[in-house]
Ligand binder design. Structure first.
Ligand code: SF4
Length: 262
């Protein structure tokens, strides 16, 4: 309980950093509602919650060994549903053996902005949804501070199955899963990609040094890429919150937007 209260306190402090009034006071650990459960908005694009495979595809993988490669043939321009189904069936690396659910990602199928994190944690593994724990609540607030809603963007991770104990994915695991992320980005065609932390920076761009490279504009196959810090890192390192907001302003600049007036 003490840890949960600490997380809540950190969220309040970070809210203030991003200029957001803390509202609603969600209970620690409370998951945000599914996009389909949120109030309808006139400008709300359809969220891609239907991109997740059916429950029958999400049974724990407890048998068999990892296969050599994910079943991705012909998926470079496939739709998100097909990619999610392939992810649910994938046994290309050892992370398949302890997963509860695969976590392909969710959000707008036509986003201007895609956030890429590291991998599912316990909450994500249980729910099949990305960024639903304390770090996800902070990411929601960061998106809100940018003048957008979670359902306006697409959120996913480098690896689609939870690394045991929330460890960093191994290089071979990232390499095995990268074709799924590449297929998602190719299909989504965002105007800008924001990388959350060192893992997506390494996986997508082959670069190291997030503390040096954050906020710098890079490119992936012609798409602008802005590296920044992972929200979980911001929860542990309050001093990084201001540079993270500066990174998000760079993202907004790529989109030709100004930060909302406060
Ligand atoms: S982490 Fe990616 S490559 Fe590994 S089993 Fe899961 S979906 Fe397949």
């Amino acid at each position: 309980m003490a840890d949960l209260l600490d997380n809540l306190k950190q969220l309040v402090e970070l809210d203030r950093s991003f200029g957001i009034e803390f509202q609603g006071k969600p209970a620690p650990g409370q998951l945000p509602p599914l996009p389909s459960q949120r109030p309808a908005a006139s400008d709300q694009r359809p969220a891609a919650s239907s991109q997740r495979p059916t429950a029958s595809d999400q049974r724990p993988a407890t048998s068999g060994q990892p296969s050599a490669v994910p079943a991705l043939s012909g998926l470079a321009s496939a739709d998100l549903d097909a990619i999610a189904v392939s992810i649910a069936q994938c046994r290309a690396c050892g992370l398949c053996q302890q997963r509860t659910k695969t976590v392909p990602g969710e959000g707008s199928p036509t986003p201007e902005l895609v956030f890429v994190g590291e991998g599912p944690g316990a909450d994500e593994d249980a729910s099949g949804r990305p960024f639903v724990g304390a770090a996800g609540q902070l990411l929601d607030k960061m998106i809100g501070a940018m003048g957008m809603k979670r359902e306006d963007v697409f959120i996913c991770n480098v690896v689609k199955c939870r690394p045991p104990g929330n460890r960093t994915p191994e290089p071979d695991e990232m390499a095995a899963c990268l074709p799924f992320l590449e297929a998602q980005l190719t299909t989504l065609k965002p105007k800008v990609i924001c990388l959350l932390g060192a893992t997506p920076l390494k996986a997508l761009l082959g670069l190291t040094g997030i503390t040096r490279l954050h906020g710098q504009r890079k490119e992936w196959r012609g798409v602008p890429v802005i590296p920044s810090f992972h929200p979980a890192y911001l929860l542990r390192n309050a001093e990084a919150k201001k540079p993270a907001w500066e990174d998000l302003k760079v993202v907004l600049g790529v989109l030709g937007r100004e930060p909302p007036k406060r």
